[in-house]
Design a protein around this ligand. Structure first.
Ligand code: ASP
Ligand code: MG
Length: 458
């Protein structure tokens, strides 16, 4: 049994859905369970429409909803059997009618509370999963639509709900596993779930990968395949530096680190249920299914290259805090971190000396408040337009001379902060945004001019 998850761009049109069907068909003997995202940009569109309604632009919201309905029907019609169309078009129509009723409620409310955010955004996956299940039948596969809200049980934290694992696994075992076991294909929407008392929730934006991992863990899959539109993980971010090499196999720890530092390929939370059950996760390309992609495995992969990939995050702000009062004092760091905590701002990277602390943040919504608050206890300076570069590899800490190689490569670049995490698998550097391209190119040629061919695709 395997789980195959297809993201929004993989199901954005009738043609894309046809590609998905042929990929699933070619792996039908492995008893797949399929998890899909909303079609294309549907989630964003639903949220924008609801916001319009809240901002009392009910007419514009209605117009945009019509457009979304028309798009959904246009793409669904060609991949639905004639005898299924009446049922499917009723399903689509009634869902858009429900949405329209919610828009009225939101227009009355004038705000968009989190329960409504979940309710409205859940329609993307509810529709796409139903449409894809119909399409599979059209392409000659026995598919069964399962409303994911009936099996993914979560807590009540709307927009960021966490699964109640024991209950969820039980339901997946009872409801989904038997379908796959008898050779039919269960099709579920990702991203959505519901509380024990039946309120619709979502697992957070991009949450379909997470759903795939939960489903995989629940049905005891031998593998979880995340189908995207790239050939897996690369040695560098292609938006910063083209020409990177595909990483054939990477550890869970490394993949999570890369995801966190902006490699858009995988949601970091995906890793958790899969790690616990030791299920490998594959990143594959639905536009290039023959490419073997990247395999994410539980254990460290022996590799003669100490660095597996270079991740980056732009638009980082550095906050420097300096005070002589820190000298020999205790509790000072706590006071500094309390300020960030109070303003709900998460800190990415930290370095300290006896009298100073430097931190980076990427959410600057409360920067002024934070600066004002910190200024009461220390001297504060901030700098924006910084980029975080992160060298990721399980063996980084144990490789002598790695720092010398990294800093040698960057001898002409000003580095404003350096940290080697306790996770021992990353070395992070902060440089100005304007130096990012040069810095990544220099590091890439330093660490990837020779490649271990067991791990990299040359
Ligand atoms: N449709 C949801 C989103 O756009 C979940 C996902 O695609 O993973 O965030
Ligand atoms: Mg996604």
């Amino acid at each position: 049994m395997i789980v195959m998850k297809f993201g929004g761009s993989s199901v954005e049109s009738a043609a894309a859905i046809e590609r998905v069907a042929s990929i699933v068909k070619s792996r039908q003997d492995r008893q797949p369970a399929v998890v899909v995202s909303a079609m294309g940009k549907t989630t964003n569109r639903l949220l924008a429409i609801a916001e319009k309604a809240c901002a009392s632009d009910r007419a514009e919201a209605a117009r945009l909803l019509e457009e979304l309905a028309a798009y959904t029907i246009t793409e669904a019609r060609p991949v639905c059997r004639a005898e299924d169309w009446a049922g499917l078009s009723d399903f689509i129509d009634s869902h858009f009618q429900e949405l329209s009723a919610f828009l009225d409620e939101l227009a009355g409310l004038g705000e968009f509370p989190p329960q409504y955010v979940d309710l409205v955004s859940s329609y993307g996956e509810r529709l796409s999963s139903k449409i894809v299940a119909c399409a599979f039948r059209y392409f000659g596969m026995p598919a069964v639509h399962v409303d994911a809200r009936e099996v993914i049980v979560t807590d009540r934290r709307h927009t960021q709900a966490a699964p109640l694992y024991a209950r969820t696994y039980l339901k997946l075992e009872e409801r989904v596993r038997p379908i796959a076991a008898r050779g039919e294909i269960p099709v579920l929407g990702g991203f959505i779930g519901s509380t024990q008392d039946g309120f619709t929730t979502t697992l957070g934006r991009g949450g379909s990968d997470f759903s795939a991992a939960i489903v995989g863990a629940g049905i005891g899959a031998e593998e979880i395949q995340i189908w995207t539109d790239v050939d897996g993980m690369l040695t560098c971010d292609p938006r910063i530096l083209p020409g990177g090499h595909r990483v054939k196999v990477i550890s869970f720890g490394e993949a999570a680190e890369l995801a966190y530092f902006g490699a858009k390929v995988l949601h970091p939370a995906t890793v958790v249920p899969a790690i616990e059950k030791n299920i490998p996760v594959l990143i594959l390309n639905s536009r290039n299914p023959a490419n073997p992609g990247t395999r994410i495995v539980a254990e460290t992969v022996p590799c003669s290259n100490p660095v597996k990939s270079i991740a980056c995050k732009r638009n980082i702000t550095i906050v420097n805090v300096q005070s002589l009062r820190m000298l020999m004092a205790h509790g000072f760091l706590k006071r500094i971190f309390d300020v960030f905590d109070r303003f709900q701002t998460s800190v990415d990277m930290v370095t300290t000396s006896e009298v100073s602390v430097s931190l980076t943040i990427d959410n600057t919504a409360y920067l002024d408040e934070i600066t004002a608050e910190l200024s009461k206890i220390a001297e504060v300076s901030t700098g924006n337009s910084q980029s975080l570069i992160c060298l990721v590899g399980d063996n980084i800490r144990d490789t002598p001379g790695l720092g010398a190689r990294a800093f040698g490569a960057l001898k002409d670049v000003n580095i404003s902060m350096i940290a080697q995490g306790a996770s021992k698998l990353n070395l992070s550097l902060l440089v100005a945004d304007t130096d990012l391209g040069t810095a990544v190119a220099a590091l890439h040629s330093e660490f990837f001019s020779t490649l271990d061919d067991k791990v990299f695709d040359a």
